[in-house]
Design a protein around this ligand. Structure first.
Ligand code: ACM
Ligand code: ZN
Length: 626
């Protein structure tokens, strides 16, 4: 979650997204590097065999899982064979000599009328090829599983393609986390960034520090309302909301992700965002005050949620935590947070001031940098590298740190200049907790980052040294995400756009082409009970105030060929109401509310919703759109 307001340009909508490109026959998300369509089709039926040589079977321990994925998708019972005498085969083959074009994760797939040949250098490439294959099967219940003939060559643009899930602000169960990982794997994401700790819940069992999950994982239950204003615990009120993962749970999730070629990146967020840790061990903050785990957090306030950097017990405690984390997670990286630490208590704390004096640190920023460097050394001694949010640049970067750039891309540009690796997750383009449509049509959150805005994101613009960019991530903070269904709603379809941003070539096909594929994917998601947002079909209201002080508005919809209808007379709009035909509109005399709805191909497509004039005036005054 971010504390500062987002400055997001809303000026460029469908106009800059382009039109007129033939509807694809092969709909794959993320868009492959190259597809050549050919005449004819391969029909998958019960006579098809999956041929893999004995030698390759030994190198592909995941094969039974791959086959299971195909069979659950097709409803068939395709079997593995090591002779290719059948008339129709899906042939899976590891290339005998390394092909540079395919690399570590790429594949080629040649589809003819009688054979699908999938080749890759590595098992990951085979897995991604099969994810593409599954998307080529028609969605929904269909007896004829016909795949158009084509030659596909594919490999990712970036090696790091992540999604982050915050399980602290709201807890998601192990089964839900596994479902999230399943969903990621379908679109070739390869890093699951697990935000395991924050102010509102500690979610990972640390055997040597049982208080962390006895106390830190639980808070008083609150629901509805605004996260920032949830009433803190009343005296004697039981902390019943929360949960945590045992180390066995975590191993299970790591194995599950590994089978899907996803690395699990754990985040232990320190020295800020540490209230759950401080509630469990109150001696760790500068004030040493005793707190409950809070059901919400007041952003914009000076929170007492940072660890005391002058206190050696903090480093002893962190050593215990990171020893267990490093043993548990095979990832070469551990994310140590580093974001949004309030430095006010450090400035007045006797212990912190003493540390600053003895270490010759000129200010609180250098004290933070001292902390990060010390944690980096601690992790290096356990064989791990650190990643931190871009605030770790303050006061000087730790020698080998990788920077996750979230406050725009400036942190990434700077870190790359200093020859550090960078992962791009600028909030304005990749954060998944922001509004994805008009705020009146969506559950309350903050900022805005629509599907088209995500799709437009170009990671390597603005002068960043590309050789230091590992890739990027989408980020789902969960203050306003109380259920897993809603986590899915916030992730999809924006996650589909992110998959294209980080996998597909820079010059991917146009927006209409993408929307066509997204709609195809919606049918598949319906069959899998994946909740996705249909916000892209809704109208959005853009506001301004003219020189006479009158509110003007425009209506836009990101999906092309959409008709927008509206009323001012409090009735529900339909296709016989006034149709928006462009330009600026003002409220007629007496009107206090605007109601809008969208239609596509003569049928309602988006939500009908209402906005009051007062609210639009406030919006236009705060931040005019044109
Ligand atoms: C962040 O959004 N605080 C990384
Ligand atoms: Zn202190």
């Amino acid at each position: 979650m971010i504390r500062r307001s987002l400055l997001i340009s809303l000026a460029c909508f469908t106009a800059c997204l382009g039109h007129a490109q033939p509807v694809p026959l092969l709909r794959i998300i993320p868009q492959p590097a190259s597809i050549t369509e050919k005449p004819g089709a391969f029909t998958v039926d019960k006579n098809v065999i999956v041929f893999v040589s004995i030698e390759d079977q030994k190198k592909l321990p995941e094969l039974p899982f791959f086959l299971h994925q195909i069979n659950t998708t097709t409803g068939l019972n395709l079997a593995l064979a090591n002779d290719s005498s059948s008339k129709k085969t899906i042939c899976i083959k590891l290339t005998p000599a390394y092909q540079n074009a395919e690399g570590e994760e790429g594949y080629t797939m040649n589809i003819s009328g009688t054979r699908i040949l999938l080749t890759a250098n590595k098992p990951a490439g085979i897995f991604y090829g099969l994810q593409s294959f599954i998307q080529l099967l028609p969605p929904g219940k269909n007896n004829v599983l016909s795949i158009p003939c084509a030659d596909i060559t594919d490999h990712p643009r970036f090696g790091w393609r992540g999604l982050m899930l915050d399980v602290s602000r709201h807890f998601f169960t192990k089964a839900e986390v596994k479902k999230y990982i399943d969903e990621m794997a379908r679109y070739k994401f390869n890093v699951f960034h697990w935000h395991l700790t924050d102010d509102n819940g500690w979610r990972i069992a640390i055997k040597s520090l049982p208080e962390l999950t006895k106390i830190g994982a639980w808070r008083v239950p609150r629901t509805g309302g605004a996260w920032s204003y949830f009433q803190p615990a009343e005296p004697g009120e039981a902390a019943t909301d929360g949960g945590f993962y045992t180390q066995e749970d975590i191993k299970e999730v790591i194995d599950y992700a590994h089978q899907r070629f996803i690395t699990v990146l754990p985040e232990i967020d320190v020295p800020g965002h540490s209230l759950a840790l401080i509630a469990s061990y109150p001696n760790l903050s500068c004030t040493q005050k005793k707190y409950n785990v809070n059901p919400g957090t007041q952003f914009y306030t000076k929170e007492d949620n940072a660890l005391c950097i002058g206190n050696d017990s903090v480093f002893m405690m962190l050593d215990k935590i990171f020893t267990e984390v490093a043993q548990l997670f095979p990832s070469q990286y551990i994310h140590i947070g580093g974001d949004e630490a309030f430095k006010g208590f450090w400035e007045t704390c006797t212990k912190c001031r003493k540390r600053m004096a003895t270490e010759h640190l000129k200010d609180a920023k250098e004290l933070q940098s001292y902390f990060i460097r010390r944690v980096e050394k601690m992790l290096q001694s356990k064989g791990k590298k650190i990643i931190g949010w871009d605030e770790i640049l303050q006061g000087g970067l730790a020698p080998d740190a990788t920077v996750m750039s979230w406050r725009g891309i400036d942190g990434g540009v700077e870190a790359a200049k200093q020859k550090h690796h960078v992962i791009l997750t600028p909030s304005a383009s990749t954060y998944l907790d922001l509004y994805q449509g008009d705020q009146n049509a969506e559950p309350p959150t903050y900022g805005i980052n629509t599907l088209a805005n995500v799709y437009r994101f170009e990671p390597l613009s603005e002068g960043i040294n590309a050789s230091y960019v590992l890739g990027g991530q989408g980020t789902l903070w969960s203050e306003a995400v109380p259920t897993f269904r809603h986590a899915e709603y916030m992730t999809w379809p924006r996650g589909l756009a992110l998959a294209e941003v980080f996998w597909s070539p820079k010059n991917k096909p146009n927006w209409d082409h993408f929307i066509d594929k997204v709609e195809n994917e919606f049918k598949r998601m319906d069959a899998l009970n994946i909740n996705y947002a249909k916000s892209m079909y809704d109208a959005m209201i853009k506001t301004s105030i003219d020189k006479n002080g009158v509110l003007l508005f425009r209506l836009v919809c990101e999906v092309n060929n959409t008709d927008i209808y509206y009323t001012f007379d409090n009735t529900n709009p339909d296709a016989f109401s006034k149709k928006y035909t462009g330009g600026n509109i003002s409220f007629p005399k007496g009107a206090v509310q605007l109601k809008i709805i969208t239609y596509r191909n003569g049928h309602p497509s988006g939500k009908q919703y209402r906005v009051y004039l007062d609210e639009l005036i406030k919006r236009a005054k705060d931040k005019p759109d044109f």
